[in-house]
Design a binder for this molecule. Structure first.
Ligand SMILES: Cc1cc2nc3c(=O)[nH]c(=O)nc-3n(C[C@H](O)[C@H](O)[C@H](O)COP(=O)(O)OP(=O)(O)OC[C@H]3O[C@@H](n4cnc5c(N)ncnc54)[C@H](O)[C@@H]3O)c2cc1C
Length: 468
């Protein structure tokens, strides 16, 4: 008999949040991860007063599951919000960066679009809606024209998702915008309506982090799960157990260990989940294997403030593919959140690679850093060398929600219906953001509890609490 109720594979945010929710409900859990430290793609590092985020930089809200988790962990005091009043973003065009704000009417007055491109917005409400899915590029060309694709959506999708709008599915990647077209027949009408009711522009959400970076969250989760984490365990496979439940096989230091458990939650990146679930039906495994993860690199730069000519008065800049620059974009990290650079210094974070330029994310650190330092000097009028440079390579960065992604997710989800007690969660299912991972973890934990209640006796059920 196993003394465990559930084994969670992966100690990234998805796995840790699922495990925490299950532990909170009274379950005996165990989390396995191949790395020495928990957190997965969330890696914050402080060096000499600079705080670097080698993976995600900020979380988005309002997100009820995230807010509840932060409160439950007693971390509300550690949370820091985006600098108040920060509105500007920059867009690279014709070799220079131009200020804009993320609102259709501001695009109308700013010079990031040509007069013709701006006038095209007036036609948008009269473009007939289309019901079926299409690529982000086809959607934007149809509704707003080529210039909006090249200078607004391509840099957004490149900078935030490291993706190519020609290949990405509108319904899977930007369901809220597709929904506005469906509901209101037009994006501009929908956005103006949404603004009347919630004062919020779809897509422009509240950004926050923690004083010592985003890694504070997985660290707090790991602390709460103390004794329930096994780091350095490479999971090789999951198999149905001979008399129900599942057998999890893992390697640590050359030794194979096996665990038996009635419930397994696979919270691994899709390519790793495919390998681990190889012995199950080929449909879900194939779907997991075919989700691309192009390489990404993150280059952190620290400068003396006096050497930087640009005021860095915004979130950062995004670079459209058509401009052929080495970075997808650069965040003005020390403007975005306080405490990211020591007194008299500023911090920048550049993102490189993705579907657009995968080769650049495979250069050596020296080559890449030289290219990014040059780029920052030109665009931000920087006169001297950085005082700190660090690069982190992600050979498989973010999952791409390409055309057909909806069908792939359905196929993956079938593993849960076909194999009671086996669950999947992660950033390839409903959105890549950290807040969506937490939301998914919450609903995954609820499915585990529901499954357990259906097979447990009344007295056993009392051990398991409800959670909101
Ligand atoms: C460069 C970058 C910038 C980003 N920026 C943002 C941002 O600003 N805001 C935002 O909200 N999101 C951002 N994201 C996305 C977000 O960070 C991720 O989607 C999220 O952290 C994924 O969490 P996860 O737990 O699903 O996966 P992961 O973090 O990938 O965790 C999976 C875990 O599984 C483990 N694992 C893999 N294979 C095995 C195996 N065989 N056995 C055992 N363990 C295994 C790994 O070691 C890892 O710990 C960014 C991502 C990247 C890469």
């Amino acid at each position: 008999m196993s003394t465990l109720d559930a084994i969670i594979l992966g100690a990234g945010l998805s796995g840790l949040a699922t495990a925490f929710n299950l532990q909170d409900a009274g379950l005996r859990v165990l989390v396995l991860d191949r790395r020495p430290c928990p957190g997965g793609r969330i890696v914050s590092e402080r060096i000499g007063g600079f705080l670097m985020e080698h993976g995600p930089t900020s979380m988005t809200g309002p997100a009820p599951a995230t807010d509840a988790l932060v409160a439950r962990l007693g971390m509300a005091d550690l949370r820091i919000d985006r600098e108040a009043g920060l509105r500007n973003r920059y867009l690279l065009r014709n070799g220079a960066i131009h200020r804009f704000a993320l609102h259709p009417l501001h695009f109308f007055t700013s010079n990031v679009l040509s007069p013709l491109g701006r006038l095209r917005l007036l036609i948008e409400p009269f473009v007939p809606p289309l019901d079926h899915d299409e690529s982000v590029a086809d959607f934007v060309r149809r509704r707003l024209g080529r210039e909006w694709l090249e200078y607004v959506f391509d840099p957004l999708v490149g900078g935030l998702h490291a993706g190519d709008p020609e290949r990405l599915s509108m319904s899977a990647l930007l369901p809220r915008l597709k929904g506005l077209e469906r509901r209101f027949g037009s994006l501009t009408r929908g956005i103006l309506k949404a603004r009347q009711t919630s004062k919020e522009i779809p897509g422009s959400r509240h950004l926050f982090s923690f004083q010592e970076g985003l890694a504070t969250l997985p660290q707090a989760l790991a602390l709460a799960l103390k004794g329930r984490l096994r780091m350095g365990v490479m999971v090789d496979g999951v198999r149905p157990g001979p008399s129900g439940g599942y057998l999890v096989m893992g390697q640590k230091g050359g030794e194979t260990t096996r665990w038996w458990t009635p419930n397994v939650v696979v919270a691994l990146p899709s390519y790793a989940a495919a390998r681990v679930l190889e012995s199950f039906a080929s449909g879900p495994v194939q779907a997991l294997e075919t989700i691309p993860h192009p390489p990404l690199a993150v280059v952190f730069l620290g400068y003396r403030s006096e050497d930087v000519g640009h005021p860095l008065d915004g979130f950062g800049y995004l670079a459209p593919g058509i401009e052929h620059r080495p970075a997808l974009g650069m965040l003005f990290s020390s403007t975005l959140f306080p405490g990211r650079a020591p007194e008299g210094h500023v911090a920048l974070t550049a993102f490189v690679g993705g579907v657009r330029q995968p080769d650049l994310a495979c250069l050596t650190a020296t080559e890449l850093e030289a290219a990014i330092v040059r780029e920052a000097s030109v665009l931000l009028n920087i006169k001297a060398a950085p005082v700190l440079v660090r690069t982190r390579f992600w050979p498989r960065g973010l999952p791409q929600y390409e055309m057909g992604h909806g069908a792939r997710v359905e196929a993956v989800r079938r593993v849960e219906t076909d194999h009671p007690g086996l669950f999947v969660t992660g950033n390839y299912l409903a959105g890549v953001s950290t807040s969506t991972c937490i939301e998914q973890a919450h609903s995954t934990a609820q499915r585990v509890l529901l499954g357990m209640r259906s097979v447990m006796s009344r007295s056993e059920c009392q051990r398991i609490a409800q959670f909101g």
